[in-house]
Design a protein around this ligand. Structure first.
Ligand code: F0G
Length: 369
């Protein structure tokens, strides 16, 4: 961070690592600089033998990591004279594109698999003035449509196939290294369209090449069991999971996700919806960190690896003294309020009287002495 002033956003902070010039108009909502939280309660509950940190990307301006890439994609679109941006989305990319386009004063068009997107995300796109196209189909259908349109009409693609998205998102890796003084030994994250794992790996590689960090993490990616094309090795025609953000059957950045996995010595595995929901509740109830279900796949995945003896084997092979794991929590829990309500205990009903409420709660006045 620049000393003295407020956080200026991802582009100004990491300008020397980004393809921007003095001519680039910087469109920012001061994204980035998100909390890196120690998570001792979750670490203990899942039995992880090394310290765990949570990179809470829900603290970005539109509530997800997408803002890191969108500041770059929209700034470059403006620099290139574009007047409209377009994306397919499971909701978060759309919300972010709509917000940054609004701030830039240009148009946004978002194509959504409307039956599967979380309400908070739809609310954002609508409020930021996006033209919302709801399709009867899934994310993969939406992306196919958007690629066809953006290659034939004067509308800028802002899905992560736009390389500027990846450039901006790699800043998450920079922040983690800056905060820890080096890269962690392991980084866990959900994988959907696979742009983010690609971006983080690029960021770690660049910091390493520049001599800012001395090591690179093993990249641990997690897909929902019913939407795990990379794990299965083939596209999934009808992906299924409650984690709607990663309900994707044919990821655009498939090859680069495999490269991140293989070059880092990491893995990409599945987690079940039940495991995701358990991690979702664990994070909110023990750490005070509310995320959307897809984000909880990071923790569900670490828990699964612990159960399977992965970290035991890693320790036997030898770990650095200060080894730790970072889980990327990609989106805010308020994005998907319906899932939260469906996953939690019902509120206690009571009459609007203090005595009645105290009685129902089983409270006793302290005895007089
Ligand atoms: N977590 C959240 C909350 C997401 O919104 C996404 C992707 C991912 C994880 C996976 O990241 O696609 O880079 O592998 N959401 C996209 C969207 C697809 O349209 O908002 P990825």
């Amino acid at each position: 961070m620049k000393p003295g002033g407020p956080w200026p956003g991802v582009i100004e902070t990491y300008r020397e690592f980004l393809p921007v010039t003095d001519e680039t108009p910087v469109i920012t909502l001061r994204e980035g600089n998100t909390p890196l939280l120690p998570a001792p309660a979750v670490q203990e509950r899942i039995g992880l033998p090394i310290p765990l940190y949570l990179k809470y990307e829900g603290a970005n301006p539109t509530g997800s990591f997408k803002d890191r890439g969108m500041t770059m994609a929209v700034s470059k679109a403006l620099e290139e004279g574009q007047r409209a941006v377009m994306c397919a989305s499971t909701g978060n990319t759309a919300a972010s594109a709509a917000a940054y386009a609004a701030r830039a004063g240009i148009e946004s068009i978002v194509v959504l698999p409307v039956r599967y997107i979380a309400m908070g995300k739809l609310a954002q796109s609508v409020m930021h003035g996006a033209r919302v196209v709801a399709i009867e189909g899934n994310f993969d259908d939406a992306l196919r449509i958007v690629l066809a349109i953006t290659s034939n009409y004067p509308v800028q693609l802002v899905n992560s196939l736009n390389p500027y998205r990846i450039e901006g998102q790699k800043s998450g890796a920079f922040e983690i290294c800056d905060a820890l003084g080096d890269a962690p030994a392991y980084q866990a994250m959900p994988v959907g369209n696979a742009g983010n794992i690609t971006a983080y790996w690029k960021g770690y590689q660049e910091y390493y090449a520049a001599g800012v960090s001395r090591r690179r993490p093993k990249m641990l990616g997690f897909q929902a069991e019913g939407a795990a094309p990379i794990v299965r090795g083939h596209p999934i025609a009808d992906p299924q999971t409650i984690a709607t953000a990663i309900k994707i059957g044919n990821p655009a950045s498939w090859k680069s996700a495999e490269a991140a996995r293989d070059e880092s010595g990491g893995l990409i595995e599945t987690v079940t919806d039940d495991e995701i929901l358990e991690a979702y509740r664990l994070l909110s109830s023990t750490e005070g960190v509310f995320v959307e279900p897809a984000s909880a796949a990071s923790i569900a995945g670490l828990a699964k690896l612990v159960r399977e003896g992965y970290f035991q084997r890693e320790m036997e092979a030898g770990l650095p003294e200060d080894a730790c794991a970072v889980a990327i929590l990609t989106g805010h829990g308020l994005k998907d309020p319906d899932r939260a309500i469906a996953s939690a205990a019902e509120p206690i009903e009571a009459e609007a009287e203090a005595d009645k409420v105290a009685e129902i709660l089983g409270l006793r006045r302290p005895a007089l002495v």
